[in-house]
Write a protein that binds this ligand. Sequence first.
Ligand SMILES: Nc1nc2c(ncn2[C@@H]2O[C@H](COP(=O)(O)OP(=O)(O)OP(=O)(O)O)[C@@H](O)[C@H]2O)c(=O)[nH]1
Length: 422
Amino acid sequence: MPGQQPDEWQHHAETERTSQLPSFYSPPTDAQHTSRGDADVSHPDFSISSDPALGTSATSPPTPTPKDNRDSINDTSVDRNDGAPSPASSALLPGTPLNPPPPNSLLSPAFTPPATPGTATPSSLLLSEPRGVPVDSSVPSGGCGSKHPRLLEQLPQVECIVRARIPTTTGAEMFLHLYTNNVDNKEHLAIVFGNTIRSKSLDAVREGETEMDRLVRGAYTGRLYPGRTTSLENAGGSATERKEPEEGAQSQPPLVRIHSECYTGETVWSARCDCGEQLDEAARLMSLPSNKAGGIIIYLRQEGRGIGLGEKLKAYNLQDLGSDTVEANLLLRHPADARSYGLATAMLLDLGQKEVRLLTNNPDKIRAVEGPNREVVVKERVAMVPLSWKGKGGFRAPEVEGYLKTKIEKMGHLLDPGALPR
Ligand SMILES: Nc1nc2c(ncn2[C@@H]2O[C@H](COP(=O)(O)OP(=O)(O)OP(=O)(O)O)[C@@H](O)[C@H]2O)c(=O)[nH]1
């Protein structure tokens, strides 16, 4: 409709959607009524929405969830997610006069800029660290639930074969590390924030390689510049020499997020899950100037909780036919969650990390990433509370709320459903 603004379109669409919502859904307030990208890029209140106080009232205390058996395979007692297709959702399809295109901010790549570069207002909130809760997976009351995932006895072998500096649209810089391994042929990634975290396998000297080889595969210290010819910043150092950490850098373990690939949520603007928002939020927290300990996003190519994109799309159709996310997997004869985290453990060790602060709501992930002999220890869990639950932007849709509800009820995720805005 000519002249209509995107936010008017969204309001119109939301009004229609609200009439189709399942009982646990409530219409958002205006403050929460923004898309993921809108909130991060153009919301004028972004410095407030940057409140890193994760793990506040919206999170559960670090105690096991009351629902002991979170393995949902035999659990038929929980509510179903009403995934029925809503006529109103089709009004959101882009490209027709009645169907507005997604806002510009949603057309950006998966790593949506947390703020327009140079426009963020520094505030005390921005400078504070995200709050975590201590966890100890070695005791039942340690805040990681009671389930013990089955772990391989031996960690996989991993090797970082190349790294490159990625200046981001936020102004923050990160180093993308690409790994190979001995268990699959996928390119798993480590997105490293901060200049003190280095990969041992990348830095190791390879037989016969030249200095140019080292520069090209990213095994250098300091920064590249036109005409540089040596991989070491200072002559006389060794190839694995590390820069002295900044003062305070090692005072606490780095923030770590183990993130599983989600093409739909990270690339094609799906409102069925909060994966894109979680990736953006993890990157934002890791880039905060106050975060001296650095950060690592281990990006694992286990799309669709390990079942792959094709099967996940079938699961979405089953969800539109009335199944929840767990039931849909089971109907397709997949486990509710087919992922493993041994590669993440091995990558963290390669990056020199034995203790981490983990950004997650998933208790199984905490135990699994620690490895069979607790090679890596999760010292703290930092909750990933949906931004819309905190009134800090984000987005709301019946699909994502069904998705989160199922995670809480069937998969034991440590999120307090009471914190869901009504
Ligand atoms: N099979 C299936 N996978 C889904 C669905 N929605 C999202 N996913 C996948 O679920 C995974 C989400 O992973 P994460 O966000 O890393 O992990 P998590 O278990 O939700 O735990 P958190 O750390 O608390 O976020 C991604 O691989 C998505 O592709 C769904 O409906 N069905």
